[in-house]
Each structure stands twice: as structure tokens, then as C-alpha cells.
Design a protein. Structure first.
Length: 290
């Protein structure tokens, strides 16, 4: 009975996990870079220039009404980037401009000083179709941002494109770590799903979580196997506990250049409670909100 119960869970997990095995690159043909007359503007433009050189992207630079047009135009053209003629003065206008250009990635500066923030990050991430790379501290070497990436996974895997940006942006010779945190919420979901299997449903919470991690591991191994021909190393780690605490601990010891959080559903960003919190609290390195 117990083995059958575990097989039933394994089948549920597999149905949600299979799509991640075919991971395609994102065609970063169009990138949007946002500047606001902030000290972080230089980092945004340097990152944009790096991506243009690396992927051959067409980079459009958008400026807020607080950024001097002449300064923006000069800085953009110095890097062979294309400045938008019209400025934006609200989150809605920025989302609209990005949408018109059909961008695949938005680079956005968010200063530490709350008084200097003029754009609603929540509305930008949720309203813009492409993922948003939030830059909150100066970037010295753009390539280092993509040299070591931590991608946080919560819940079951859902769509191939949730891995596509991480796999695309990882630098040759770099490292991508997939961190899957098994939470108590998942435990409750599995108990409900397997109510016809009393053996596994009656296990103690920690024991069931450990079973989930053990049986989920083979699917992360399959993701790693699918990356064998990539020019960077892909690894995984499965931990049990609170997502935010585990991610913060990993970031403290891992020397990462970028953190990836959230998922894409039907062309728009989706952030669960823990993903939403992480998007706001991780400030030492750029955060890619899918």
C-alpha cells in the first residue's frame, strides 16, 4: 500500500514536471532599458550594452520625465542603444511603451531611497509581459551578473518558459543553481490529492516532506541532464522549510550575481506570497522577476 501511495504522488509530480525537460532559449531580439535620472542609470545602460553585444539585441532606452533628455540620448548613443523619443511619467505609460515594442526583457533601476521611487514595481512586473530585471545596487561588471545565478523554485514545476530566461542568460562557464524548497503548503496539497491513500496521508509532516523531496529529486536530475550540452553548469538543491529563510541563507553564502523568482503564466508574471516577498527583500544583487 505504501509503495502504491508513493507511486501515486510520483505520478502527480511527474505530470507537473515533464515540461521542464525541453528547455528552449529565449530569443532576446528586443530588450528595454529604463532610466530615471538616477545613479543606477549607468548600470542599466552597461547591462543593456552587454546584452546587445552578447545576443545582438535591439535595445530601446526609455526615460522618465525626471531624466534629462540630452543626457539620456548621449549615454544611449555612446553605447549604440536606441533612445525612445517620448518620456513616460507613470507606471501605466511605461508598461504601454514596453508592450508596444514587444520586448523580451526589461531592465529597471529601483533605488534604495523610497522617496526616489516613481514607478510601482508590483504593477510593472505584473503588467509588463516580459520579465523584469530589477537593479538595486551599482553593477561593476555586467557579465558577473549572469555568471552565477540562483533560481528559486516554489511549488511544482509548471512551464518550460519558467526556466528559459535563466538558461538563456547564464554566461558560458557560469553556474545556474535550481533551488527547490518543499514547503508545508505543499504537504497540505498532497494530503488532499492523496486522500485515497491513507498510508502516505497518515505520515508525520516531516516524513512526508522528506518523501516528496526524495521522489522529486529525479525530475531535477532530468532538468540537469537536459542541460548537458550547455556551456554552463546546472545544479540543483532540494531543501525543506520556509522559502524566504532558505533563499536568504543561500544568497548569503553563495556569492551569486543574479536571483530569479516567480513564474510566467499565460504571458504574464505570477508571484506567490513567498515569491512576492523575495522580490522585494533581495536587494544586494539584481532580481529577475519572471
Amino acid at each position: 500500500m505504501r509503495e502504491r501511495s508513493l507511486d501515486e504522488f510520483e505520478s502527480i509530480f511527474e505530470q507537473a514536471s515533464i515540461p521542464v525537460l525541453n528547455i528552449a532559449n529565449v530569443d532576446l531580439a528586443r530588450v528595454s532599458a529604463v532610466v530615471k535620472g538616477d545613479p543606477l542609470d549607468e548600470s542599466i545602460l552597461d547591462l543593456a550594452s552587454h546584452l546587445k553585444t552578447r545576443f545582438g539585441s535591439e535595445v530601446r532606452v526609455y526615460r522618465s520625465t525626471g531624466a534629462d533628455a540630452d543626457t539620456v540620448f548621449a549615454a544611449a548613443r555612446k553605447r549604440s542603444l536606441s533612445p525612445a523619443e517620448e518620456p513616460f511619467n507613470s507606471t501605466a505609460e511605461l508598461v504601454g511603451q514596453v508592450s508596444i515594442e514587444r520586448s523580451q526583457l526589461v531592465l529597471f533601476p529601483e533605488p534604495a531611497d523610497e522617496a526616489a521611487r516613481t514607478i510601482d514595481i508590483d504593477h510593472l512586473v505584473q503588467g509588463a509581459a516580459p520579465p523584469v530585471l530589477l537593479v538595486r545596487s551599482p553593477v561593476d561588471k555586467p557579465a558577473d551578473v549572469f555568471g552565477k545565478i540562483l533560481h528559486s523554485l516554489t511549488g511544482n514545476f509548471q512551464q518550460t518558459q519558467n526556466f528559459a530566461h535563466s538558461f538563456t542568460l547564464a554566461e558560458s562557464g557560469g553556474v545556474l543553481l535550481l533551488l527547490h524548497t518543499v514547503t508545508s503548503d505543499e504537504l497540505a496539497d498532497v494530503r488532499d490529492a492523496l486522500q485515497v491513500s491513507p498510508d502516505i496521508a497518515d505520515e508525520e509532516g516531516d516524513e512526508l516532506l522528506e518523501s516528496m523531496a526524495h521522489h522529486g529529486e529525479r525530475f531535477l536530475k532530468a532538468v540537469v541532464a537536459a542541460s548537458r550540452r550547455r556551456s554552463f553548469d546546472v545544479g540543483y538543491r532540494i531543501l525543506i522549510g520556509d522559502v524566504v529563510s532558505i533563499v536568504q541563507q543561500e544568497l548569503e553564502i553563495g556569492d551569486y550575481g543574479m536571483f530569479v523568482v516567480g513564474s510566467h503564466r499565460e504571458g504574464h508574471s505570477y508571484l506567490g506570497a513567498s515569491d512576492y516577498q523575495l522580490m522585494h527583500v533581495v536587494r544586494g544583487i539584481p532580481v529577475l522577476a519572471l
